[in-house]
Write a protein that binds this ligand. Structure first.
Ligand SMILES: Cc1ncc(COP(=O)(O)O)c(C=O)c1O
Length: 471
């Protein structure tokens, strides 16, 4: 590890554990160099790395300050645990998804990354070659659990992170949502208790509704993203069968939980023999130097079903994902044969070529760079233009910006007014059905901030200000 990385990590820890407070000034480069015994250049590199992760910001001629990204994020709510015997969110989501479709809609509400960054030319070229070869249409090699070579390459990627994986552990699915649904179906039955994060991808609410599960929600920790104390309390109080969690690049909020906390979650899951369905669909979109670990890394008892896909890195229309199913592989394959049967053979074969010739890694490096640049641009624009009553949160991964509105402004009203002007935004009730004050929005920042997009953000800000002043 470089000396600058080491220093950056030490400072990150101090920011995360609250020793360095938001807006606190960091020692100047010269003083930090004296304290740490490092060169001025090393200290500067460390500060720039932290700035790239938006953990600190610089003020001209003044120095570096701790940003508010970690410690001031969403509502510091007390431990609120709600038990919902019936979840009804499908119709809201259906209407919402229909409303943001269409090329004329500004896609701040979309869950898909900018398509210009997806659909690698190389992959499309490989697909062209493959479609000309009749052998690649052969379904028999691509039936559940999926193409062996593709499963082997995915297993190798787990091994690169220190996670022991075998191609037989992996089942190829139609995207991550299919992987999540199949996993949940293989574990839970009607009446079982499931633990969900209070703000979560709406697919989780829909799946819980469809299977007739009892849902317990855990609020996000205002500083660490995940509230371990609340978690321990819940699993000691309720007979939780399975948890469905996002701990890396969380959708909609954006945080990544520290490795320390992940290890403790794993310990508690082991103690209580609780399964975990881990939604890690944004796992590759980190901005730092190292990829955050998945919960599979900490899993000693085969309790974790890790779900991911190529949708957020290569394109959602490919519909190729997977689950690290381990001992659930057979059951999941049975369920697949009763539903989707198999994932497209051409795509599975093309991905084998693409990944095995290292095109995927190259594509990911470029993608991360663009997403980071675009997100920073969006964030800075919002920070500059929003009234002080609004807070946008920056986390160094993915492409969502979570934004707190003034408490008297209902995000559903803002969404409805915006959609009339062909601007899509995602209001918080889509992610949190228990919210009493739905005053958060999620924005997609994966696009280059053109004049048209700036105008759309200005329209959104004007709408928020109007509602803030009207009640
Ligand atoms: C958090 C989360 N999980 C899962 C999915 C579904 O991914 P896929 O398109 O691979 O099915 C999405 C898509 O938006 C998502 O945001």
């Amino acid at each position: 590890m470089y000396k600058s990385e080491k220093l950056a990590n030490q400072l990150k820890l101090l920011i995360e554990n609250g020793s360095l407070k938001p807006h606190e000034k960091l020692p100047s480069l010269r003083v930090q160099a004296q304290i740490s015994g490092l060169s001025l250049l090393t200290v500067m590199n460390a500060y720039q790395e932290l700035e790239a992760q938006a953990l600190i910001y610089s003020k001209e001629k003044s120095g570096y300050y701790v940003s508010n990204a970690i410690s001031e994020q969403p509502d510091a709510r007390p431990m609120v645990i709600s038990l919902n015997s019936k979840i009804e969110i499908n119709s809201l989501i259906f209407k919402y998804l229909k409303s943001i479709q269409g090329h004329q809609i500004i896609p701040f509400g979309s869950a898909f990354p900018n398509s210009e960054l997806m659909y690698s030319k190389k992959l499309i070229q490989i697909m062209g070659q493959i479609t000309r070869n009749k052998k690649s249409y052969d379904l028999s090699d691509n039936l559940p659990p999926g193409n062996f070579q593709l499963r082997k390459l995915i297993a190798q990627r787990y091994c690169m992170q220190g996670i022991a994986a075998d191609p037989d552990d992996i089942v190829i699915t139609s995207g991550c949502l299919d992987a999540l649904n199949l996993s949940l179906q293989s574990i839970a039955k009607a009446g079982d208790y499931i633990l969900l994060q209070q703000n979560i991808f709406y697919g989780a609410w829909q799946a819980a509704e469809r299977l007739g599960l009892k849902v317990i929600t855990i609020p996000e920790h205002p500083q660490y993203g995940f509230d371990l104390e609340a978690f321990e309390h819940i699993i000691k109080t309720y007979p939780i069968k399975v948890c469905w969690l996002m701990l890396n690049s969380h959708n909609p909020i954006g945080f990544t939980v520290s490795e320390n906390i992940k290890a403790k979650i794993a310990e508690l899951l082991h103690q209580h023999d609780i399964y975990l369905i881990e939604d890690d669909v944004y796992e590759e979109l980190y901005f730092g130097k190292t990829k955050p670990l998945s919960m599979k890394f900490y899993d000693q008892k085969n309790l974790v079903l890790h779900c991911s896909s190529f949708s957020k890195t290569l394109g959602a229309s490919f519909r190729v994902g997977w689950v690290f199913a381990g001992k659930f592989s057979q059951h999941i394959q049975h369920l697949q044969l009763m539903s989707t049967i198999s994932v497209n053979s051409i795509l599975q074969n093309a991905l084998v070529e693409f990944i095995s010739h290292h095109h995927y890694e190259k594509h990911l490096r470029t993608l991360r760079k663009h997403l980071q640049q675009n997100k920073l641009q969006f964030f800075k624009y919002l920070e500059h233009k929003l009234p002080p009553t609004c807070t946008p949160y920056f986390y160094p991964s993915g492409y969502f910006i979570w934004m707190k509105l003034p408490e008297n402004v209902d995000s559903m009203t803002v969404y409805q007014e915006m959609i009339e002007q062909n601007i899509g935004v995602s209001p918080s009730p889509l992610f949190n059905i228990t919210a009493h004050k739905p005053h958060y929005l999620r924005l997609n920042s994966s696009f280059e901030l053109s004049e048209t997009l700036k105008q759309a953000l200005d329209t959104l800000i004007t709408c928020i200000e109007k509602h803030q002043n009207s009640s």
